[in-house]
Design a protein around this ligand. Sequence first.
Ligand SMILES: [Ca+2]
Length: 489
Amino acid sequence: MVYLLLLVAALLSTFVFATDPQTKCLALKNTLRLENTTILDVAYINAPAIVSTAGSCQSSASVTAAPLCRVYFVTNTTSTSALHAEAWLPDTWYGRFLGLGNGGLNGCLDYVGLDYGSSLHFAVVGSDNGHDGSSGLPLLNHPEVINDYAFRAIHVEAVIGKQIVDAYYGTPSAKSYFLGCSTGGRQGLQAALKFPADFDGIVTGAPAVDWNHLMGWLGMLAHYMGATNLDSTATVNTSPKFIPPELWGVISAEILRQCDFLDGVRDGIITEPDDCDFRSGGASVYRKPDNGLFDTGATSSDPFASAVIGGNFSSLTADWERYAVLNVTEYDFTNFSVQDVALFDQVNPGGVATFSGDLSAFRDRRGKFLTYHGRRDPLISSTNSKRVYDLISQTLSQPLDDFYRLFLIPGMGHCFGGLGPTLLGQGIVPGTNAVNDSAHNVLLALVDWVEGGLAPATIIGSDGNGTERTHCRYPMRSVFNGTLFVCRE
Ligand SMILES: [Ca+2]
C-alpha cells in the first residue's frame, strides 16, 4: 500500500499544467494533429453538468467529475469505416488511461463509463464501436464496419485516445486500463488476444465471448420456446411452446423452493446454480436449457430476460444473421436451426468469435485480467465465463491466478442488478461504486494488482445499504459457514 501511495504521488507530481486547463483544452481544437482523425468538438466543463451527447443512443449525459476537458473526434479506420469517440480528461489526473467497451450490437458511447472513470481520475475514452445506434443494420454490406465491431474499434480507440491524453497532459499515461461488460467484455478479451500491448489491466464483465455460438444459442432457445417472428406486433403468442411471463413467476418460485437452500441460506439467491438439479414434473413442457435464467430463479421481469423469453425471436441473433452473416435485409427465422449456427461459425464475420485461450502475449507483458460474471444472468450464462477460464488454463497449461482471475457473483443479473450485494465498482450503470476502495471495486482492485502487485483474493460486493458479501474467484466456491459466506477451495 505504501508503494502504491508513493506511485500515485509520483504520478501526480509529474502532471502540472503549464497554462490554465481551460485555455489548453480549447486549444486542442486547432492544435491536435492525429492520423486519420478530425477533432469535431472540444469543450471545457467547469462544474457538474448535464451535457448533450454524440450519436443517437441517448440525448444527454451527466458530468459529475468536472472540471474536465471533453474532446469529440472521428477517426477513419478505413476508407469505408470510421470511429466516433469522446475523451474525457479530468483536471485532476492520476496518470492512468481508461478505454471503454460497448454493449450488444451497438453503436453507443458509454457515457456512464466516461463519467465514472473520470470521477476516479482516469483519462477516459469511449467510442461508438464504429457505427451509430443500437441496431445491427449499419453492418449490412459493410465488412469494414464489421471489422471495427469485431476487433478494430477497441484498438483504434486505445491508440488515438492515448495520443490525445499525451498531447493534453504533455506526458504519456503511466498505465492503461480497459473496462467493459457484455460486448464490452468480449472486446476486452479480444484486446488481450489481438493487441496485448494496448492495456496493462483489463476488467471484463459477463463477456459475450464465443459470440457465434452465443447468437446461435439465443436463436435456438427462441425456436424451442415458440418465439414468434421477429418484430411481431402480435400481443398474444399462441404457440403451445410459449411460456407466458406470469408463468415464469411460478417456475421461479418452484426453482427457489427446490434449490435456494442448497447453499444453507433461504435468501432468493442460488449461490451455485450448477448444483441445482431442477425437477419440473412430468406434465410440464419445461426442460432445463443451459441458461442462468433457468438455474437461478430469475423471472421475466429481470433486466434483459425479455430478450430471451419475451416471445419474439432474438433481435440480436436476427440482426447478426441478416446483416453480418448473410448480408440480406429480410430472412425468415421460423425454421432457425443448428445449420444457421454452423453458418455463423463458418463465416465468423470479422473474426468475432473471440474464443481463443492463447493469452501468452498479454501474460508475458505482465498484463492483468480481472473478470466477473453474475450467476443470475439471463442473457449470457456464467457457464460461458467458466468455459473461457478453462480454455485459457488448458491452452497455457498453467493455473491462471498469476494474471487472470474470474469472480462469480451469486444473485447478480447481466452486468448489474439482481439480488444481493452486486455493486462492485463495475460501472455500466451509475452508482456501482458504493464503496470506493480496492477491496470493493473491481477497477481499483485491478489498479492495485497492476501497479502494486496486490492480486485480489476476493471482491466484496455491497448492496448500497450496508449489506456486503465476499465474492470468490473461480474455481473456489462460496460456502456458508453458519454465519457468513466464505471462499473455500
Ligand atoms: Ca440461497
